[in-house]
Design a protein around this ligand. Structure first.
Ligand code: DLL
Length: 439
């Protein structure tokens, strides 16, 4: 595969994006009833869009627009030109549906192949694909991308953790992909069988579909003996492979902006924020055919940056803080679960398997209960008999330390309850929900 586009000079990249945006607007002006209406409402003439800088003149597209046009209202090709359809599970309303032409499926495979390459994977390696197959874009997306790169794929899907571990031991894949929370479950299963990292064939883990922080990366890398990197994407845009970390750089992900043009908008004013500041990621699909989207409001909070370690020219995004919907407001302080995760990672001995329960008083969230596991080895190293008062005092202080750390770093009051390692429910595959029902 040719990865040279990742290294285009910035002026060439802007030129390419400009040409693609102009073509896209023409294409939508011809084919999309939805966007034609939007252009008319906003008084946009096609000639107003000449370069990528004109993107801010264009309408923003929201998830609600997909729901209002359910199922195929935003498609710009007839049904017989589709090659694939994916959709969301629809647990929070009408499912959102996305269609792909053959060209779109090729594009999807290409950006996933690029992502796997950045993650360290090479042609000839074997992928243990534990993302869910089905209407979710993770399984098939990674599958086609890995094949495009020249890898072999075991399409195991999520769940049945004991079988996952058996087959990793027997088949010896170099690469695994799944959600980070499921990677933790798999790592725990290895540990419970007494299998150490150097006995596991895996070298690279390609993890995403939910927010995660350095503490989870650290656990997975240590327990599985891998480079763990972050893959981001959403079905409305294409699926996984919108952005990807490089395994030698880590810390942030390149956005494949020759196809997915990013902007960061202020969540309230919906205007662009100064470069580098945090806001909602909004993406324009520059090259998709069956369902191109202009300025799609992902609802994910992040910021963009360049750094001097970057091998490629494309812009990077910081790890997603969370979805705007997952934000909790605790006594007026806005907080995302990932910030809590980051805060408790500063306390030694924490296992990052946790659940948050908002506590309400008069319909206002006033505090958070946190259920959290403590590392077994860390407990053993204290040499305190767990049946004694000394142990309860130790655990009490451990919990207090975490509460203080969260107060200091996030500014909210929490009540931390410590549990033995492996005693809280684990991720059984797929995305985990760390926020429990309000009390
Ligand atoms: O989760 C696609 C995907 C599959 C990405 C496999 C990565 C790996 P959706 O089900 O449409 O698609 O969910 C998209 O998940 O808007 C984010 O809120 C969240 N998300 C996805 N990747 C990440 C990530 C897939 N790396 C929604 N970090 C997105 C944080 C992520 N959040």
């Amino acid at each position: 595969m040719d990865f040279s586009v990742e290294y285009l000079r910035l002026d060439q990249l802007r030129q390419l994006q400009s040409e693609r945006l102009v073509n896209l607007v023409d294409y939508l002006g011809e084919r999309s009833e939805f966007y034609k209406r939007k252009f008319n409402e906003l008084g946009i003439a096609l000639r107003d869009v000449r370069s990528i800088e004109d993107i801010t003149k264009l309408p923003i597209t929201y998830k609600q627009d997909l729901r209002d046009n359910y199922p195929f209202g935003l498609f710009t090709v007839p049904k017989n030109e589709l090659q694939r359809i994916h959709c969301s599970s629809g647990t929070t309303g009408r499912p959102t549906v996305v269609g792909y032409t053959k060209e779109d499926v090729d594009l999807f495979s290409e950006v996933v192949a690029r992502s796997l390459n950045a993650a360290g994977a090479k042609p000839g390696m074997q992928l243990h694909n534990a993302y869910g197959y089905g209407i979710f874009t993770g399984g098939l997306g990674l599958h086609y991308g890995a094949e495009k790169l020249g890898m072999s794929v075991l399409p195991i899907s999520g769940g049945m953790t004991t079988r996952q571990v058996d087959l990793i031991m027997d088949f010896k894949p170099e690469v695994i992909c799944c959600s980070p929370s499921y990677a933790l479950t798999i790592a725990d299963e290895f540990a419970s069988r007494g299998i150490s990292a150097d006995e596991i064939s895996l070298k690279y883990a390609v993890l995403g579909s939910e927010p995660w922080t350095e503490i989870i990366r650290h656990h997975i890398e240590e327990k599985l003996g891998v480079h763990a990197t972050n893959i981001y994407g959403l079905s409305e845009i294409i699926g996984p492979g919108v952005s990807m970390e490089d395994f030698e750089e880590k810390g942030g992900s390149y956005i494949w902006e020759d196809h997915f043009y990013p902007e960061i908008l202020d969540p309230v004013t919906q205007k662009p924020v100064p470069f580098g500041e945090e806001g909602v990621l909004v993406i324009t699909t520059l090259t998709k055919k069956a369902m191109p989207l202009l300025r799609y409001w992902t609802n994910d909070i992040t910021s963009l940056y360049y750094d001097e370690n970057s091998k490629r020219t494309m812009v990077k995004m910081r790890p997603i803080l969370g979805r705007a919907d997952d934000m909790l407001i605790v006594r007026g302080v806005n907080v995302y679960p990932s910030q809590i995760e980051e805060a408790f990672s500063h306390v030694k001995g924490v296992v990052p398997n946790y659940y948050l329960t908002p506590i309400e008083k008069e319909q206002m969230c006033v505090a958070l209960d946190i259920d959290l596991e403590i590392d077994d080895d860390f407990v053993k190293a204290q040499q305190i008999d767990i049946n004694t008062d000394d142990y309860s005092i130790f655990v009490g202080n451990f919990g207090k330390n975490i509460e203080n750390e969260i107060k200091k770093r996030v500014g909210i009051t929490t009540k931390v309850k410590i549990h033995a390692q492996d005693s809280l429910p684990k991720c059984e595959g797929g995305k985990i929900n760390r926020i429990l029902k309000k009390k």
